[in-house]
Design a protein around this ligand. Sequence first.
Ligand code: HEM
Length: 246
Amino acid sequence: MADEVNYPDYLALDELLSLQRLRSEPEHPDELLFIVVHQASELWFKVIVQQLHALIAELKGGDTQRALWHVQRINTLMRIVAEQLSSLDTLPPQRFLQFRNFLGASSGQQSIQFRMIGALSGQRDDSFVAALKAGGTVPAPLQEALDTPRLEDLFVEMAANRGRTLESLYTGPGPDPLFFLAEALLEYDQAFQRWRFLHVQLVERIIGPMTGGTGGTLGAKYLSQSVTQRFFPMLWSLRANLVTQE
Ligand code: HEM
């Protein structure tokens, strides 16, 4: 019976709240915050991955309104994930060093869900794909995501099926649903880039600009290379070619 379910059972709180396993010895009080921010981010990544799948299905099916709804939700979630990074601004660098060794070789670089988000959003550049393959066999869901057409290409195809080019969305008689969807996708790029920027800024604040990461990269220097990466390069570049319509 549905009414027998209570709040702690429904949310599996016993399990959930036992999953913050601090590694530092003696336990460092700040490690809890460090773990929770990462775990919370991974939970949000899970919803974002689900929403990206739904978005792709709506783009393929040609439903502009529902596609827009999913992008708006994804954008809200990306803002939340980015904002929670700021809680780690309260972690003094010297205190992070007190438990950093206990992380071993674990690194955000190994986040499969983060890679899924990149792959489902259309990231296909050589360094991205090479980094995936360097980690051994690419997990099947990730390979599937890589085999899915890029989000931007799906959007272009959706517009083409209605006889529209991307340029025509910005030069036509007035904003229409496809235009708003294009702008929401652009906002997704902004929100994702903002996460990257805030993350690299956090990394610099805590371990400095030149310190290597636990994943073996050049740390902030490595991360800053991807801050300018975009999922929708055409949506950005078309703006340079617009002419004023009387
Ligand atoms: C004290 C705070 C943090 C520090 C010092 C830090 C440091 C780093 C460094 C140095 C890297 C580069 C890879 C490496 O060599 O390890 C990295 C990558 C990454 N981190 Fe963090 N990080 C922090 C917080 C977070 C949080 C809260 C998340 C949330 C999930 C996160 C997610 C990621 C992801 C997804 C990557 C891979 C990014 C990419 O390859 O584009 N990090 N981090």
